[in-house]
Design a protein around this ligand. Sequence first.
Ligand SMILES: CC(C)(COP(=O)(O)OP(=O)(O)OC[C@H]1O[C@@H](n2cnc3c(N)ncnc32)[C@H](O)[C@@H]1OP(=O)(O)O)[C@@H](O)C(=O)NCCC(=O)NCCS
Length: 153
Amino acid sequence: MDIGNNYNIDIHKMTDKDFEGAALLEKEIFLHGMNAMDFAKACAHEENIYTVACVDGCVAAYCTVTALYEDADLCNIAVAECYRHMHIGTVLLEETIRLCGKNGVKRIFLEVRESNSIAINFYKKMKFFEINRRKRYYKEPEEDALIMCRDIK
Ligand SMILES: CC(C)(COP(=O)(O)OP(=O)(O)OC[C@H]1O[C@@H](n2cnc3c(N)ncnc32)[C@H](O)[C@@H]1OP(=O)(O)O)[C@@H](O)C(=O)NCCC(=O)NCCS
């Protein structure tokens, strides 16, 4: 996959070196986010498959998944604004899905704000399809969630 500007990208499971960077990104992008301690606690549980994409050693994107037996929930994925639409999200999610498959996951679910058309396009491109809608699932601002799913072969 061609990644914009030929960045040197390192994709790996989130480790203690990445917690601060992931928390900074989370704070930049989301209103109520996880801090570094939250990431550290979450990564201590083996059902959580958390990954990062680093550019020059700095966290440029992260992805958080919780896997329970054959089902997994894609909790979040975020790419720093300056690295968006360069396929970093694609390679990060592909690697995270590969790790899920290795852990026996067969289906992966996610929720997304119905107004988040960029993320919805992204997920559709990643072979997720809409299966349901949850009314007023999100707050601040209140909004429906689309539930999407993808099988892992
Ligand atoms: C959604 C997000 C993770 C996508 O990551 P990304 O690295 O920018 O996406 P990619 O470059 O891998 O794009 C893959 C596909 O997604 C879609 N896409 C990505 N950016 C897009 C944009 N600005 N406009 C329209 N479609 C877009 C396209 O279909 C694209 O395929 P293409 O390159 O052939 O056009 C990123 O935009 C992001 O971090 N958004 C803010 C956080 C967020 O909303 N997360 C989801 C929470 S549910």
